[in-house]
Design a protein around this ligand. Structure first.
Ligand code: 5AD
Ligand code: SF4
Length: 440
């Protein structure tokens, strides 16, 4: 019996890559198990965006040094791409190292593993095919991911992604639409379009659609109720995207627009290719929309040379934009990145102090933003039921979690609300979620 266990770290691209890998393994007769102990093949789909993420996989692997007898270990994803065959030295019990650009070769690599080869790698980046497989095993029965573009051609000074995922490759519009129709026919109602920089999508077929056109076409696929996309790069984010959202309510009113810093000086050192003012133009487009578009972002504190004044500009940007949510990180130096050549390192202690201040400021803003919704009726997609609170868990178009009470409670073999769309009146607001009651 061939069994495998897989654990995923990192971004949604990785989560979706794992779905593809799982589909490939199931098609080869493997079955998935819930713990590494039960598995013959143990896989880690890794992230190397920050040092902490990278260390996690080596911690996992080291815990198996002795207990791993007879198991085959594989490292997939970004750490695999970055470290390559060096992983065999750091963790000699690993047999498979495969980067995301090589997952098309996975069936071959599995054959090599099955025939007893103990050092198998798939690390080339020179593939021009965006990975497509009909075998993808989807984790969520209602929401599905579709990769529209792989790789990244930007060179942000702090970022390893261009080295991990290779140059940009867009998928044809025909193949994207075909996948969207197939998913809608199979009952999925929400689609999330994925790419490191979806805004630079360019249809390689003669029609040459740009991202806004592609987005509008996907939203027209019959049966789809919600279409989202991530991630955007402010430099390539055009007003036509806001126009598309305005024109079709299927496009969710949420845009994730990573800013990284509120200081134009820091943005320049980061090689982000926009200034604070140019970023704010995009925010103005979003705020001028007829829809109430939620805006979220990513911020790095303590980048090389970030002064107290620069940091204060990031805080003032939070006040100006009033983000609905954000992810914040301490700058972490990464191998091979341009930022390694920069000086003026900010101490770990100072990075920690800035991160805490930033997160406290944002928490207050989020409380206010969420409180503005009390009394409103929001449509949610029901994701599950929380037994400890007796509330259903829903998600709004703005991507907020809205927990709510409903006359229906789950019973064995009884009705479930999961996957349905319901109107919910918001009654309370916290910093990270809303609570409400289903509208009868
Ligand atoms: N250090 C800290 N944060 C980083 N990010 C990317 N690279 C680094 C790094 N070296 C953050 C950025 C990006 C998010 C996915 O991770 O904010 O938008
Ligand atoms: Fe992490 Fe970037 Fe790789 Fe995603 S693409 S897993 S964020 S390093």
């Amino acid at each position: 019996m061939k069994t495998f266990y897989i654990e995923t770290f990192g971004c949604q691209m990785n989560v979706h890559d794992t779905e593809k890998v799982v589909g490939t393994l199931l098609a080869r007769g493997y079955s998935q198990v819930e713990t590494p102990d039960e598995a013959g093949l143990v896989l880690y789909n890794t992230c190397s965006i920050r040092d902490k993420a990278e260390q996690k996989v080596f911690n996992r692997l080291s815990s198996f040094k002795r207990a791993g007898n007879g198991k085959v270990f594989g490292v997939l994803g970004c750490v695999a791409q970055q470290e390559g065959a060096r992983i065999f030295e750091k963790a000699p019990h690993v047999s498979l190292v495969c980067g995301s650009a090589s997952y098309t070769k996975l069936p071959d690599l599995l054959v090599q593993l099955e025939s007893g080869n103990r050092r198998v790698t798939g690390l080339s980046l020179d593939t021009d095919e965006a990975f497509e497989t009909p075998l993808t095993r989807r984790d969520n029965p209602h929401r599905a991911y579709i990769t529209i573009i792989e790789g990244c051609d930007k060179s942000c000074a702090y970022c390893v992604v261009p080295f991990k995922r290779g140059p940009e490759r867009s998928r044809t519009s025909a193949s994207i639409l075909e996948e969207a129709r197939r998913l809608a026919d199979a009952g999925y109602t929400e689609i999330q379009l994925l790419g490191q920089n979806v805004n630079s999508y360019r249809d390689p077929s003669p029609s040459g659609w740009d991202f806004a056109t592609m987005l509008a076409r996907v939203a027209e696929v019959p049966g789809l109720r919600r279409v989202r996309f991530t991630t955007s790069h402010p430099r390539d984010f055009g007003k036509d995207i806001v126009d598309a959202i305005d024109a079709n309510p299927v496009l969710c009113n949420h845009v994730h627009l990573p800013v990284q810093s509120g200081s134009s000086r820091v943005l320049d050192r980061m090689q982000r290719l926009y200034s604070r003012e140019q970023y704010m133009r995009r925010i103005e487009w979003l705020k001028a929309s007829r829809r109430n578009i939620a805006i979220t972002t990513d911020i790095i504190v303590g980048f090389c040379g970030e002064t107290e004044k620069d940091f204060e500009q990031t805080l003032s940007l939070l006040d100006e934009v009033r983000y609905d949510s954000l992810f914040s990180f301490k700058y972490s130096a990464r191998p091979n990145t341009p930022a390694l050549a920069l000086e003026d390192h900010v101490s770990e202690e100072e990075k920690g102090r800035r991160l805490t201040i930033l997160q406290e400021r944002q928490r207050a803003i989020q409380l206010e933003r969420n409180a503005e919704l009390v009394g409103a009726v929001e449509e949610v997609l029901v994701e599950g039921f929380n037994r400890s609170t007796g509330q259903w868990i829903g998600r709004t178009s703005q991507n907020r979690v809205l927990n709510f009470l409903h006359a229906v409670v789950p019973r064995p073999n009884g009705v479930s609300l999961e996957g349905s769309y319901l109107d919910v009146r918001v009654t309370r607001a916290g910093p990270n979620s809303l609570a409400g009651e289903a509208v009868a």
